[in-house]
Design a protein around this ligand. Structure first.
Ligand code: AVI
Length: 316
């Protein structure tokens, strides 16, 4: 990880338009800050998707075309703490559906906590966590003859640029059998007055989340970023449906990254893009599904129409 980290930071800061990859937000501090973000009043995404899982679990079961007597594998990519998923697990369990829940995560620790909480709250649900890279685990699952339902929630796909999201969908569909289904949760395109505060909260938690990238570079690559000389700046363009986060240099400055043996200069007001959060509608979703064999078969939204869970089916 550290070598990739070093290489990615070097590449991003050496570019004409500087960038830092958002996947590096999530160290121990970043994970904890993201938990705080999900609780913020401005961050509607998590609450909206929870609303779907809590109040429309029966409809979810129906549109996923699940059959109580046919065993299936419920695979979740990047499961986190499973708060939303547990609503669906409970509904399935209450109605005696025959399934196994397989959360996949890169973090052993996250999986350990998730397994303990599912065992405590839903003792009759079979849970088999798999640690590792999504695609390696999915490739293994392809060997199984059972139907698979994949959950990929939280608008995590929105953090990939469109081209990368398309590649992800293509790979996902290559790793599934005909008839397997995907529940893909995405944030919907809406006005700036709702989106922007979600990335610019009054308490400054998102600012700390964004600046934590610089703290990580300071710690892990022996750098000397002055956190007081960069500000957090989110932007949203409704016509495109993309929110972006930046760190903006508040003055002309030079930063040394000693493990790279390099210095980087930042002009006053120069921006480093740290994140893309794409928002969706049917047209954009169809574009991302592209030529893959995954097709939209249904879509459920929360009571305020902020967030959508798309149901996709893998064809030939
Ligand atoms: C994880 N991901 C879907 C979040 C988002 O909304 O793009 C990450 C995040 N960044 C700032 N706030 C939340």
């Amino acid at each position: 990880m550290n070598n990739n980290f070093q290489r990615d930071i070097d590449l991003g800061l050496s570019a004409q338009n500087k960038t830092l990859p958002s996947k590096y937000f999530y160290d121990e501090i970043g994970d904890a800050l993201f938990v705080e973000i999900m609780k913020m009043p401005e961050y509607y995404l998590t609450k909206a998707e929870f609303d779907i899982f809590k109040n429309k679990s029966q409809e979810l079961i129906k549109v996923l075309k699940l059959n109580p007597s046919t065993f299936f594998e419920l695979v979740e990519l990047g499961a986190g703490d499973g708060t939303k998923t547990k609503q669906l697990l409970k509904a399935l369990d209450d109605q005696n559906y025959n399934f196994e829940y397989m959360p996949i995560d890169i973090s052993k620790n996250a999986l350990k906590h998730l397994k303990a909480s599912v065992n405590a709250e839903l003792p009759t649900v079979r849970i088999t966590p798999k640690q590792g890279d999504y695609f390696n685990v999915l490739a293994d699952l392809k060997q199984s003859e059972h139907p698979i339902v994949v959950l990929f929630l939280g608008s995590n796909i929105g953090n990939l640029p469109d081209e990368r999201a398309k590649e992800f969908i293509q790979k996902l569909s290559d790793n599934l059998k005909v008839g397997d289904r995907v529940l893909l949760g995405v944030d919907l395109i809406k006005s700036e007055s709702i989106v922007l505060p979600a990335y610019n909260d009054a308490q400054g938690i998102t600012k700390r989340f964004n600046l934590n990238l610089l703290t990580r570079i300071n710690k892990e690559l022996d750098a000397n970023f002055d956190l007081n000389s960069f500000t957090h700046q989110p932007e949203y363009i409704e016509q495109e449906g993309i929110a972006r986060s930046f760190l903006v240099s508040t003055k002309d400055q030079t930063v040394a990254i000693r493990s790279l043996n390099k210095t980087f200069t930042f002009a006053k007001n120069e921006k480093i893009q740290t994140e893309t959060s794409r928002k969706y509608n049917d047209y954009i979703m169809k574009g991302i599904l592209g030529e893959s064999s995954l097709k939209i078969i249904d879509r459920l939204t929360d009571s305020q129409n902020l967030f959508a869970d798309y149901i996709l089916e893998n064809g030939h």
